[in-house]
Design a protein around this ligand. Sequence first.
Ligand code: FES
Length: 260
Amino acid sequence: MESSAAVRDRGFGKTLRRDRWWVPPLSVALGFAFFGAYATVAIFQGGNYFADPYLSPFYSPCIAASCPEEIRLLGIEWWPLSPAILMMGVILGFRGTCYYYRKAYYRAYFLDPPACAVGEFRGDRYSGETKLPWVLQNLHRYFLYASIVIWLFLTYDTFHGFFFDDGFGVGVGSLVLLVNLVLLSGYWFGCHSLRHLIGGNVDCYSCALGGKARYKAWKGVSWFNKRHMSWAWLSLGFVCATDLYIRLVAMGVVRDPRLF
Ligand code: FES
């Protein structure tokens, strides 16, 4: 009987597998297409992203001159397009070079390979991430550093979402922003580059400066790292849901109930 590797090498889609191996890549392809389409429309639309005191996470930090005064951080005059586009590079770069997302979209869109032990679309012409443009995936750690700044702004925006014209309060939107921050933080804390930075690059904790604390932090990050795929999907879906909620409130389609 032919080995699994021999069958796989016979060509695209060839496999000894009898399970529905095509379901995960197909689900990923549809999921990315759906959330990608929503995010693109939300980002380029350029309006209804602020319903005082809630700011859509796609538009944070708001640094164009067209941003509402209450949330404008800078006043970049020369930018005529949607303010969200100014920060898009960091967000797309961070998610697009994420180790989990890379695996997912290589399988779902490039079929390279479509699943374990299944024949590849490009056969043995695959050269990994050693040539342009894929070698740029190695910039992930730098996108991580840049995303720390955005994460700080999102934390501030969540805090701001609890302060209304009449003072402190809790609206459904405040809780939506809080859940969004928790999910984004869970995704961020599980980053492989962060794990390496915190302790993955240490050979001997007892010899390293602050080794005990680093080991504890590394264990914590490792917990999130093991579940990185789940945090990636939950945070991706919820960031779109958060934008949608704030958009509907800003448009007057939904009334934001005050709970406190
Ligand atoms: Fe996924 Fe860094 S590896 S965010």
